[in-house]
Design a protein around this ligand. Structure first.
Ligand SMILES: [Zn+2]
Length: 120
């Protein structure tokens, strides 16, 4: 991956990160609103389950955010776009579709097959 490509992905990752963070902020302020908004216990229960849903979403966001930050780190230490498993360059279209990926398509496929085999 050359310098221009690194720069491109760095910007892409930065904006993904910004989006996630602003989304998380919004979720938190909505959650804060909920607690005072429903004096009726039934409504409160549904607000609770909404909140569980939001927390699950946030858990997913948090994991993605960690991946984005790791990807930015890899750009900084120049290992971005290199497969963790086999050390080959990951194809640019794959990076484009999934900028946080650490595996080339071959290794990813192998990993998925292994996971499927494990799951039975
Ligand atoms: Zn690989």
């Amino acid at each position: 991956m050359d310098e221009a490509q690194c720069e491109y992905f760095r910007k892409k990752l930065d904006s993904m990160r910004e989006d996630l963070l602003s989304e998380a902020d919004r979720t938190i302020s909505e959650m804060t609103d909920h607690s005072s908004q429903y004096p009726d216990p039934t409504d409160r229960a549904s607000a609770e389950s909404d909140r569980n849903f939001e927390l699950r979403i946030r858990d997913r966001e948090r994991k993605l955010l960690a991946k984005i930050e790791q990807a930015i780190e890899r750009i900084e230490n120049e290992s971005y776009g290199v497969c963790e498993e086999c050390g080959d360059d990951i194809a640019i279209p794959r990076m484009e579709a999934r900028p946080v990926t650490t595996l080339c398509i071959e290794c990813k496929t192998k990993q998925e097959q292994a996971e499927k085999a494990q799951a039975g």
